[in-house]
Design a binder for this molecule. Sequence first.
Ligand SMILES: NC(=O)c1ccc[n+]([C@@H]2O[C@H](COP(=O)([O-])OP(=O)(O)OC[C@H]3O[C@@H](n4cnc5c(N)ncnc54)[C@H](O)[C@@H]3O)[C@@H](O)[C@H]2O)c1
Length: 447
Amino acid sequence: MELSQVRLSIIGAGYVGLVSAVCFADRGYEVTLSSEDPEKVKQINNCISPFYEKDLEETLKKAVGSGKLRATLGREDAVLDSDVTFVAVGTPSKTDGSIDLTYIKDSCTKIGKVLQEKAGYHLVVVRSTVVPGTTQNVVKPIIEKFSRKVAGKDFGLVMQPEFLRQGSAIYDTINPDRLIIGEHDPRSGESLLNLYQEFYKEKFPPTLRVNLSSAEMIKYASNAFLATKISFINEVANVCEKVRGVDVVKVAEGMGLDQRIGKKFLHAGPGFGGSCFPKDLKAIVAFARERNYRPKILESVLKVNENQANHIIELAKSQLKTLRGKRIAVLGLSFKPETDDIREAPSIRIIRQLLKGGTEVIVYDPVAIKNASKTFGKKIEYVDSVRSCLKNADAALIVTEWEEFNKLTPTDFKQLMKYPIVIDARRIYDPATYRSDTAYTAIGLGR
Ligand SMILES: NC(=O)c1ccc[n+]([C@@H]2O[C@H](COP(=O)([O-])OP(=O)(O)OC[C@H]3O[C@@H](n4cnc5c(N)ncnc54)[C@H](O)[C@@H]3O)[C@@H](O)[C@H]2O)c1
C-alpha cells in the first residue's frame, strides 16, 4: 500500500486532535476525526473551528473542502475505516492532582471492540499526556482484552507525546523540534516512523525512539522544566523589585546570553496557565508522591506560580492603597496570546482576588470574552475594545501580552482613565517612556 493511502482516525477533537487532523488532511491524508460532542462534529464538518487558534479555521476549511477530513460522532466507524488511530482525548486533573483516565479508557475499549472485528495490522498511537506506565499498564491491557488480540503481533502500540504550543499549534505540528517515539515493539515504532517520514519528507525532525514509559516521562519532564524556568524567573523578578534600579528584563537578557541557560522561558509575568503546565505539574507531583517521593522543586514551582497572582494584586495595592470600590481594567484574559483558552489562566486567579477585595472589574480580550463569561457570568463587565476597557478606570492591569496592547501610548492611558495607573504584568512597555507620563509599575522592576 502507498503510504499516502494510509487512512487515519483521530479520537478527540481538542487542540491536539483537531490540529493534527487538519495538518494531516492538508498533506493529503484521509482523516476521520471523532468527537463525543455532536455540536463540535457539526461545527467541524461546517468548517467552523470550535475554538480559536491561529490559522486553524483556514486550514480546516481547506481540509474539509478537499474531502480529506470528516468529523464523526462514532468512534467505532472512525477506527474501522482507518489503518492508524491516534488517541488525543483530554486527561484532566482530578482533585488530588492525578489525571483522570476515563476518556482514555473509554477510547481504548472502543478501539479494542473494533479491532476484534477488523482484519490486518492496525497501529494505535497515544498522543494524550499520560503518566509513565499508562500505555503499558492501562491502554495495552484494555485494547488486548476487548480485541482478543496481542499488542506487537496483531496491532501496533506507540506513545508519542505532543509538544505543540497553543497559539502556534499548526506551525509546531508542521515544524516540531523533535519526534519522540515511545514504542511497544520495533515494528510499532517503525510503522509510525514510516508515516512521519512521508509526512515530513526532507524536513524530518530529530527523532528519538524509546520505550513507552520513557516517552511518557519525557513529556512530563519537559513541561516540568519549562514551568520551573517560569517560576524561577518570577521569583527572581519579585526579588528585583526590592532593589532600586534593577530590572528583571535586563537580568533575564544577561542570563539568556549564556548558552547553557538560553533566553527562552525567562519572561517574568503573572504566572503560567493553560491546559498543560498546571495539570502536568500536578500530575507528576501526585505520581511521585504516590510512589513515596516528594518532588520538592516541582511542589515549589506550583506554589510560586499560585502566589504570583497575589503578587500582581500587591503591585496594584501599592499604587491604589485599597482596591475596594475601585474600577480596575484587566487587559487580556487568555493564558497567552493567539488563543481563546482561559483554562488555569493567571487572569482568572487575578480577577477572583480582585472580586474578593470588593473591586469593580472590567475586562477586554480580543478572543477570550466568551470563555471568560462562562466562568464569571455577571460578576464582571465585558467590553469589546481596549479603549472602552480603559475608560474611567482607576488602574489598568496588563495580563496577556496581546499585540494590540503594544499599540497603546501613555497618552491613551492618560486620556481615557480616571488615573493613569498602569500595572504591567507582562513587561510589554518601556519603563522609561511610561514612568515619565503615567504611574507605571511592572513586574520585576525595582523601585
Ligand atoms: N493543548 C495543548 O497544548 C496540549 C499539548 C500537548 C499535549 N496535550 C495533551 O493532549 C491531550 C488532549 O489535549 P487537548 O488540549 O487537545 O484537550 P481538549 O481538552 O482541548 O480536548 C480533548 C477532546 O477530547 C474529547 N473527548 C473526550 N472524551 C472523548 C471520547 N471518549 N471520544 C472522543 N472524544 C473525546 C473532548 O470532547 C475534547 O474535544 C491531553 O492529554 C493534553 O494534556 C495538550
